[in-house]
Write a protein that binds this ligand. Sequence first.
Ligand code: KPL
Length: 289
Amino acid sequence: MQDIYILGSGAMGCLWASYFPSQYTLHFIQRHPCEDQFQFQVLPDATQHTVMCHKARDLNTPIERLILATKAYDALPAMESIAHLLSTDTQVILLQNGLGSQQAIAQAFPNVALFACSSTEGAYKQNASTLVHAGKGHNLIGPMNNNATQALLATWLPSNHYEWRDDINPVLWRKFMINCAINPLTVLYQCQNGVLLQETRYLSHMQRICEELDLLSAAQQFEVEVAFTAAKNVCELTAQNYSSMLQDHKKGNRTEIDYMTGYLLQLAQEFNIPCPANTEVYQSLVNLG
Ligand code: KPL
């Protein structure tokens, strides 16, 4: 019997729990007091899933397989809260948006096997016990350190739910560029992704952000497409979406701006590349609160 631990029981945590057939025992690790078990269904297939629930502080069994499904800003503190349960036998899949949290965890936990995932899966919670798997996408997974091998991951993660990438960094970077180009602007202009294509003023703002991203792609020697082309494409494909950052902002929650434009500005400083358009966007977002 394989135990799978999942930190973060939001939509992504539940979606990943649903990937595992019933011979696995699934565990949510939670910050707050919780019932012993959590049952939920996934629509549209109406599959039923049961997960054991534990408070982080009450756990004392070593963790071998962990899926970290928190927001980017919670990722490192969440790992630290269970550090005593991790060992050289631990494998962790990181699902965070943006960049920066993966690098911080790789630095703080060099002994575990760390994998990072870039996902286009879409899911939301309709209510506490119903998850809607709205957009079937792809999970691309690769190593964040040398302990993380394809063979190791294949021993537990069902192969129909991911594709392996030997070099995950350009994959994470491509998604990062798209998020930096779209998400902050949707908050600034309070609009769906598709609206960014319709207003000339919004589109030229996106272009200025993207030109700076292209300089950073080149500085890191990533062979990725031009950021503006990639971002416009995603705006078209997700025209009706409210970006994750706009949703967070509307709910009054913290946004992941520090792991998108904020991380971009850190890189810009490292490579000594001026990024005035992104600096301005970052400041506007921080001022919005
Ligand atoms: O990933 C996204 C997000 O909202 O965070 C995009 C691609 C912008 C889709 O909405």
